[in-house]
Design a protein around this ligand. Structure first.
Ligand code: FES
Length: 187
């Protein structure tokens, strides 16, 4: 077991537990978009950030990938966390203005109802990777993956064609937080 402090409360968790898992087991709410308990954590959306205030490298960290260590001191709701989370929500709303009901709902829970950020390129994908991770880890097909880098990064099938590996299980569409994916019959 590992002892640590979260929001000034001392806790013990299993070795290897992440801060997010520890927080959730205590009923502490932390927003997530790219996390799913059946998949390997990925740390893409950063919404789950918390502040490490002692016992480790101080600063903001994604709680879904950060493992609890002995003596760690974590706060989940500092001003710095709230400020940064707000900007992240605003960026997500700016990036996906049309297809982000789930994001909008979650943002509203954290007091963000609009964005001050203007982006030229809008999309319906937040690059959370849930679709390709469930495809690889659960369906064991790897029918899609990330391509390109930076602002051109996107999820696509090989050569953007109907993937021969896809079995149409629909797991990708089911997990997409923006409900951007639909399953269609092939011609
Ligand atoms: S839920 Fe942790 S980075 Fe997305």
């Amino acid at each position: 077991m590992v002892s640590f402090t979260i929001n000034d409360k001392k806790l013990q968790v299993e070795q290897g537990a992440t801060i997010l898992e520890a927080a959730q087991s205590e009923g502490i709410k932390i927003p997530t978009l790219c996390y799913h308990k059946e998949l390997k954590p990925y740390g893409a959306c950063r919404l789950c950030l918390v502040e490490i205030v002692g016992g480790g490298r101080k600063g903001l960290e994604a709680s879904c990938v950060y493992k609890v260590t002995e003596g760690l001191e974590v706060k989940t709701d500092t001003d710095r966390v709230k400020r940064t989370r707000k900007i992240l929500f605003e960026l997500l709303l700016a990036r996906c203005p049309d297809s982000a009901e789930k994001v909008k709902k979650l943002a509203k829970e954290y007091g963000v109802t609009e964005t001050r950020i203007k982006l030229k390129d809008k999309t319906n994908c937040i690059l959370c990777g849930l679709c390709m991770r469930v495809c690889a880890e659960v369906s064991q097909r790897s029918a899609q993956s990330f391509s390109s880098r930076g602002i051109n990064r996107k999820v696509q099938t090989p050569f953007d064609k109907l993937s021969e590996k896809c079995i149409g299980c629909g797991a990708c569409a089911y997990l997409c937080p923006l409900e951007s994916l639909t399953i269609e019959e092939a011609d």
